[in-house]
Design a protein. Structure first.
Length: 430
């Protein structure tokens, strides 16, 4: 568009407007005002605002006695990432919608696997595991609302906590140190059974809570990597059939009918990766394991012990619609396992064998509660690493603190009341 001549008078009509006028084209006309529609004469006035009294949510009342539910989701504030905490206990619901997370800590990793990896990489100074122990003791000390809730729960006769965590942070809730002004102090996973829940991506199960515990009773079905052959003879005692050496063979077997089973053990190597195609269990990645149907799990509800490194870790998959949080735990629960015990990081071979052997021994011929068994395992090592009582000599070693973290790697997913009873292979199920 060219500029007007320098000698043009301000406000003078343009050549285009003059031509339009000569052609008889009318200028733009203003739009007519909108029509005003009178309200109907019989229109009733709006009702006055009503009030209502707080009522029980029903969710807390649906839980077993002395059981609380903590729901955890990710959110954010203007300052960075945050957690939304919702608490249900004794028919009462409460929330802490924006509990801030330190951005640096959230980026470095809140998981127990990150804590162990950092401690193991610290130059040997004689106290690296002890230092990690006391750092963890203070990590959640400023979460006042959470500790108020926990204080109410610990007043119950036999408190149990369900944590429904749908974040990808892998927060070790069992390692929250609760130190009330009055009452017993300690690590949450040693003070009480902590039960994990996660959203299961199954159209029949989505949005539903497990209504009752599963009581499994029978023999052992097991895969054991050649490099991880157990020294303990107790595994042979309960084997319903010879153990497998390849995970895919076990998964195919789970698609066929079996005798009564008390437990399935997957004892192999696990490898963590944030990518599903490289996140592996027994040499099979997460995507590949999805292809096995494993109908026996859904038919029997037998619990699965994934006694493998990183089997309890999670990923947020960018290649799946909605970027869901995915894991081997969710997958086996989706396939029908009544409960899953998994490892949230790298665990030593000896400790993993000891845990499985003790679980079989305790459940031999007697039904044991799985969540309680996990609490007792953590409590044993928490006592070894705890402060000596009565001002006695401090005989704790670095091994005690390292084994403490190893014990807390084991997580239980399932119903608070699920049990397992193991039957020897020379006897039948009751």
């Amino acid at each position: 568009m060219s500029a007007p001549p320098a000698d043009a008078e301000p406000g003078a009509p343009s050549l285009r407007s003059l031509l339009a006028a000569d052609a008889g084209v009318p200028g733009p006309q203003p739009a007519p005002p909108p029509a005003v529609v009178p309200p109907p004469e019989d229109l009733a006035p709006p009702p006055p605002p009503t009030t209502f009294e707080p009522q029980w949510s029903g969710l807390g009342a649906a839980l077993p006695s002395d059981v609380a539910l903590l729901c955890v989701t990710s959110t954010s504030t203007g300052q960075g990432p945050a957690l939304s905490l919702n608490w249900h206990h004794d028919g009462i619901s409460a929330s802490a919608p924006q509990e801030p997370l330190d951005p640096e800590l959230a980026t470095r990793g809140l998981s127990l696997a990150s804590v162990i990896k950092e401690a193991a990489a610290t130059p040997e100074n004689g106290t690296r595991w002890q230092d990690a122990y006391y750092e963890m003791m203070n990590r959640w000390s400023a979460q006042d609302q959470l500790h108020r809730w926990l204080g109410e729960l610990t007043g119950a006769e036999e408190p149990r906590l369900i944590v429904w965590d749908n974040t990808a942070h892998e927060i070790p809730w069992e390692l929250v140190y609760h130190d009330p002004p009055r009452g017993q102090a300690g690590w949450l996973g040693a003070l009480m059974p902590v039960i994990r829940w996660t959203s299961v991506h199954d159209g029949e199960l989505v949005g539903r809570l497990p209504s009752r515990g599963n009581a499994s009773d029978g023999g052992l079905l097991m895969v054991e990597d050649e490099s991880l052959r157990a020294k303990a003879e107790i595994f042979q005692t309960y084997l319903a059939e010879p153990s497998f050496t390849k995970l895919d063979n076990l998964l195919h077997r789970l698609d066929q009918s079996t005798g009564p089973l008390g437990l399935v053990i997957i004892r192999c190597h696990g490898h963590y990766s944030p990518e599903a195609r490289r996140f592996e269990l027994g040499g099979l990645n997460l995507n590949r394991v999805t292809g096995f149907r494993m109908k026996t799990l859904r038919d029997s509800g037998v619990p699965v012990l994934m006694n493998a490194c990183s089997s309890g870790c999670t990923i947020q998959d960018p290649k799946s619609v909605g970027r869901p949080v995915r894991s081997f735990v969710e997958l086996f629960l989706r396939k029908g396992a009544g409960a899953v015990i998994a490892v949230a990081g790298v665990v030593g071979v000896e400790h993993s064998e000891e845990f499985a052997a003790r679980l079989l021994e305790d459940a031999g011929g007697t039904a044991i509660n799985l969540a309680v068994a996990l609490r007792d395992h953590r409590r044993h090592y928490a006592r070894r690493a705890g402060e000596p009582s009565g001002g006695g000599a401090d005989g704790r070693r670095e091994d005690d603190f390292e084994l403490f973290f190893a014990a807390f790697l084991y997580l239980y997913y399932g119903h608070p009341d699920s049990t397992v009873c193991m039957r020897r292979n020379d006897e039948g199920a009751a």
